[in-house]
Design a protein around this ligand. Structure first.
Ligand code: NAP
Length: 340
């Protein structure tokens, strides 16, 4: 079958994305073939294009961790899925008009969602669930600080926190605060201009928060650790601060972000009664049953009304570079998707 894909042709700016034709074989054992209607973009794709994402396949490559579409072929028992609308996770290759993916990585698309909304769901909500519920142990009445609250994962984290019954503080560029409050965020903080550590302390009567989820990396992890209440946890899950398009300067930015990462010594952690943990959903492919359990809760959450995927914008494959540039310019709120 002939397909179209958005290929990262080399490390660099958004102009390194190009549409190419390619051939897709029949699905292998345990796989289904999905005609893709929408593919979600994640910040990791931006870092991959910049040459700053160690997990990315060798260049040139096709990235994309998630999609929504229709099953067009299946192997054995899975042939019964043909015609079903699904959303799913894929280990790269999501920026394709069709793909083959293990049957275990697809889920029935809730009928009430558009394909763009469904493609916005898997990575953001599975990551948020792992961060807040599974490892973060967030409970009703706790306060959580969601760094980068206007991102895809950030909005999902707000939905999960509200579902749990926690109070939410979120950081984002100031232009996103009204939107975030309208989504139900309790307190919006501008982390780019003010002293957000003091602001979070003030908002919590000096106590600090039970949980921080932080994808910024570098110095931000050190500051996030400072606003933990005794028994609090810091969940670290990204290095957005390293993002840069500028070749050698990009590598220096990455090195600087890495150099500013704190070392958490066990003794102060014990003495302060706090914990730190990391999350990388992209290293969970061997834990299919766990992911399926989390994803089922999320898919059920759509019907229950607490999972509300928000599509910022949608771009056709031949404008993928504009989509990446839009995200890098910090103009997106929620998810940006590509359509073949
Ligand atoms: N570990 C995991 O399993 C996992 C899974 C998914 C995502 N992540 C990480 O979570 C973070 C959010 O991912 P996402 O896909 O949800 O993000 P996204 O929706 O693409 O987020 C874009 C937003 O990030 C903020 N941002 C912060 N630093 C930035 C920078 N240096 N350049 C551009 N934008 C920056 C901007 O919002 P504001 O300026 O308003 O804050 C921007 O609008 C990323 O670090 C990503 O790598 C990790």
């Amino acid at each position: 079958m002939e397909i179209t894909q958005v290929v990262i042709t080399g490390a660099g700016g958004p102009d390194r994305l190009a549409v190419r034709r390619s051939a897709l074989p029949a699905p292998g054992p345990g796989e289904v073939q999905v005609e893709v209607a929408a593919a979600g973009i994640n910040f990791a794709d931006i870092l991959a294009r910049q040459g700053l994402y160690p997990d990315a396949p060798p260049l040139p490559c096709v990235v994309g961790y998630e999609f929504s579409g229709t099953v067009v072929a299946g192997d054995g028992d899975d042939a019964g899925l043909v015609g079903q609308e699904v959303l799913g996770l894929t280990r790269f290759g999501g920026y394709s008009s069709a793909l083959n993916v293990p049957r275990t990585q697809v889920f029935t698309k809730p009928a009430g969602l558009t394909h763009a909304e469904a493609a916005s769901l898997p990575v953001a909500y599975a990551t948020a669930w792992q961060l807040l519920v599974v490892q973060g142990g967030l409970r009703e009445g706790d306060t959580v600080l969601v760094q980068n609250a206007g991102s895809g994962v950030g909005l999902a984290a707000l939905d999960v926190a509200r579902h749990v019954g926690a109070r939410t503080i979120g950081t984002a560029s100031a232009g996103k605060h009204d939107f975030l409050r309208a989504r139900g965020l309790d307190h919006a903080v501008d982390y780019r201009t003010g002293d957000w550590v003091r602001e979070v302390r003030d908002l919590t009567g000096g106590h600090g928060v039970e949980l921080v989820v932080d994808p910024l990396g570098g110095e931000s992890f050190r500051k996030s650790r400072q606003v933990l209440r005794p028994t609090g946890r810091l969940g670290m899950y990204g290095v957005s601060a390293a993002s840069s398009n500028q070749g050698l300067r990009g590598k220096l930015q990455l090195a600087k972000t890495a150099a500013l990462m704190p070392w958490f010594h066990p003794v102060p952690l014990m003495n302060d009664n706090v914990g730190v943990f990391g999350v990388n959903l992209g290293h969970m492919w061997g834990e299919v049953d766990r992911i399926r359990g989390w994803m089922q809760q999320v898919v059920d959450g759509v019907g229950e009304g607490w999972v509300r995927p928000h599509v910022d914008s949608s771009y056709p494959f031949d404008r993928a570079g504009e989509a990446h540039a839009h995200i890098e310019a910090r103009r997106s709120t929620g998810k940006v998707v590509l359509t073949p």
